[in-house]
Design a protein around this ligand. Sequence first.
Ligand code: ADP
Length: 438
Amino acid sequence: MTVRSYNQKGSTFPIDQPSQLDPDKLHQRAEDELKSKKLEDMEALSPEETRRMLHELQVHQIELEMQNEELRRAQMDLDAAKARYFDLYDLAPVGYCTISENGLILEANLTAANLLSVTRSDLVKQPFSRFIIKEDEDIHYLNFKRVLSAQKPLSYELRMRRNNESTFWARLELAASFGSSEILDQEGIIPSIRLTISDITDSKLAQEALKRSNLALEDFAHVASHDLQEPLRKIITYGERLIATRNSSLDGQERDYLARMQDAANRMRSLIADLVKYARVTYDHTGLKTLNLKKPVEDAVKDLMVLLEESGGIIEIGNLPDVKMNETEMRQVFQNLISNSLKYRGDQPMIKIYQILSTDEKFHEIHVADNGIGFDEIYLDKIFKPFQRLHGKSSPYKGTGMGLAICHKIVELHGGSITARSKPGEGSTFIVRLPKYF
Ligand code: ADP
């Protein structure tokens, strides 16, 4: 920005020092300038010179007013930017901290200070680990080192301690940063960690309550399955004996009744078996392994080989990602999806299992696509619920309605999600999202 001023010779000269725009200083300079002019000089001016001088003065005044307006607007923009920064950074719904390579807090927003019950200035230069409960310090230490060395973002959960000694469950998200910071090394660059803290106590408590009730459901299902299977086994066995010993003396209607009884008993058996499978999906994720997804997918295909050959179907398996998983459960997911594709098939079943390469930082996306009978997407919510089917008892497609409910439960317990895209007669694509860091 350049401001012009008038000099003694009537010409203009630039002033580009911002301090010279100070209205008081400008006024003082104008006074000095006027004093330095000799009255005779002014009186000696011709009318033409006076007009020119007056004109320049007016132009100069307008210029100054415009500069003033510009400055005012710049100031307003600056204030708005400051308010936006305050809103975005300080009042963000999560705590933000920048942490030095050796674990000291360099900067923190207000939310972080409030979460930890300290003033912001008391946070600076404190070791972040001071706010982590002793039992969980290792979790933080190891992840912190991993983020610094691998330079990949990470998130994990642990228990934190406020300044007032109360504790809470937190999810930390960490990412290494090599930008400038207040403390710089000789090259002007130091690695630091940007960290967000979210209080997840409520969801953690709800999760734990759910875990307890699911464990109770698991126990119940186990007992119930045993107690329910026993009388069923008897119905089926005595029914079979009756058919074997009295078949010739039974009339057509009696044989039909008996066959229906056997059918119902067998169906009940499948329902109980699937219910038990559903209830047994484990909540204990301590034994998870990182494996390439190809392994459980190929194992699932092997289990379904007879069905696959009978149907004349073809399965193509593309590249699949590494995932942290319970292998048996993941195999169950793909077994259910593939067996559905073979059940709800057209003439020449074609199934493709592949990963979609997306920019999503948090989830892998895996598709299981078939060219089968498809379904109307208005039933999308229904099909993932236990015992929900889109086919009546008289339909040729048999099942218990538990296959997708089991997939849903397993995938969600792995921190992922499952959905589908489909149209009647145009095949279906089941979309499984599994977390990259679990
Ligand atoms: P089930 O196959 O025993 O009925 P599922 O839970 O596996 O139970 O599936 C629920 C419903 O979703 C099925 O009844 C069927 O209508 C629909 N479905 C599942 N997979 C497919 C598929 N690949 N193509 C078309 N419909 C499907």
